[in-house]
Design a protein around this ligand. Structure first.
Ligand code: PLP
Ligand code: TYF
Length: 396
């Protein structure tokens, strides 16, 4: 049976990490995968997380199974982060949240819920989008269509084209929106543009699905939720898949959540019951550790403050690297205008480097970036910046 199975292609991003690990050149730099690095090039456990883990080590009394929906206190704090404390969606009980294994797990659960329990089987994603989106949605049984989003010539949003393409969507179709820090472009909808998209969804009866993997990496925790909250204020129904891999640095704990917002409490209860049925058939109930860490931090004022400070530090370091990157390229004699890099949000920058240039950076300079030209700015440091900018100047 297995002798007939063919070899799957390597994942475009994780395959690059494998190639990086195998590279023996000491000066190698990995700007491929979206992982935050500090100034020393490390991805340390946050101090707020270490403290929460110390508390859990002392207080945890049992490793008994969680319910299908995970840690209940966690699901409440997630809603507070998404919608804002005391939001009307929460007090009206229109939202229901289940802990999920990472943003990826949340996207998968949301997709299967749509396929099995609704008429919504077509999803519109931005071109470009995170490489794993198509993979997740198609594996779950959704049909993926693309709306234009990015204009290479201007290194900016093509909002008119986005609206034109969404005009082609049919009632019931799903529209995937990145909550903030669009992966891979780093270009986000403005608040006014989010409000316009909300009106399109309302008028055409489209269902927004928010992928919210970088809350706090753009402008701040509440600032980054602006677009989501603006859409949620207008449309009767939406889905959210959020992740704490990046903003709590909990990558390998696999911690995220899927949230359904329905027209009323009854519809939310019914939809949530189907989401739970789907989780039961997938992995029964989520692993506890990540959910306990996040709920411990967010329900303790001191730990929460410490986490917010650590998140701010990560956000500010990336912003600093963006400015330094633009300045260093100029200092290396690059004439092309790269100032757009400092206008982009989050971990990534869509550099405009082409496939040949990306290949040369890897082969000649041991600098790894994704084939699309996406650079993980979060992997740049004051130490590796000069070498990276010299190499880019060379391949240009
Ligand atoms: N969505 C986007 C846009 C991402 O960039 C990522 C991670 O890089 C995820 C979802 C999922 O992250 P995870 O499953 O690690 O929580
Ligand atoms: O860099 C990116 O876009 C992501 C990172 O389980 C990632 O693909 C890596 C592993 C994972 C989820 C996301």
């Amino acid at each position: 049976i297995f002798s007939q199975v063919t070899l799957a292609p390597a994942d475009p991003i994780l395959g690059l990490t494998d190639a990086f690990k195998a590279d023996t050149r000491a000066h190698k730099v990995n700007l491929g995968v979206g992982i935050y690095k500090d100034e020393a090039g490390q991805t340390p456990v946050l101090s707020s997380v270490k403290k929460a883990e110390a508390i859990l080590l002392e207080t945890e009394k049992s490793k008994n199974y969680l319910g299908i929906e995970g840690v209940q206190a966690y699901n409440q704090v997630v809603q507070g982060l998404l919608f804002g404390e005391n939001s009307k969606i929460i007090t009206d009980k229109r939202a229901a949240t289940a802990q999920a294994p990472g943003g990826t797990g949340a996207l998968r659960v949301a997709s299967e819920f749509l396929v099995r329990n609704t008429q919504s089987t077509t999803i519109w994603v931005s071109n470009p989008t995170w490489a794993n989106h198509k993979n997740i949605f198609e594996t779950a049984g959704l049909t993926v269509k693309e709306y234009r989003y990015y204009k290479a010539e201007t290194h900016d949003m093509d909002f008119e084209a986005m609206l034109t393409d969404l005009e082609q969507a049919q009632a019931g179709d799903v529209v995937l929106l990145h909550g903030c820090c669009h992966n891979p472009t780093g270009i986000d909808l403005s608040l006014a543009q989010s409000q316009q998209v909300a009106q399109v969804c309302l008028a055409k009866e489209l269902l927004p699905l928010f992928d919210f993997a970088y809350q706090g990496f753009g402008a701040g925790i509440d600032e980054d939720a602006q677009g989501l909250r603006a859409v949620a204020a207008v449309v009767p129904e939406l889905l959210i898949a959020n992740s704490f891999s990046k903003n709590f640095g909990l990558y390998n704990e696999r911690i995220g959540a899927v949230t359904v917002v329905a027209e009323d409490e009854q519809a939310a209860t019914n939809s949530f019951s189907q989401i739970k049925k789907n989780i039961r058939a997938n992995y029964s109930n989520p692993p506890a550790h990540g959910g306990l860490i996040v709920s411990t931090i967010l329900s303790d004022a001191t730990l929460r403050q410490e986490w917010e400070a650590e998140l701010t530090e990560m956000r500010q370091r990336i912003a600093e690297m963006r400015t330094l990157f633009v300045d260093s390229l100029k200092a290396e004699g690059v004439e092309q205008d790269f100032s757009f890099i400092s206008r982009q949000n989050g971990m990534f920058s869509f550099s405009g480097l082409n496939k040949q240039q990306v290949a040369r950076l890897k082969d000649e300079f041991a600098i790894y970036i994704v084939g699309s030209g996406r650079i993980s700015v979060a992997g740049l440091t004051k130490n590796n910046m000069p070498a990276v900018c010299k190499a880019i100047a060379q391949v240009l």
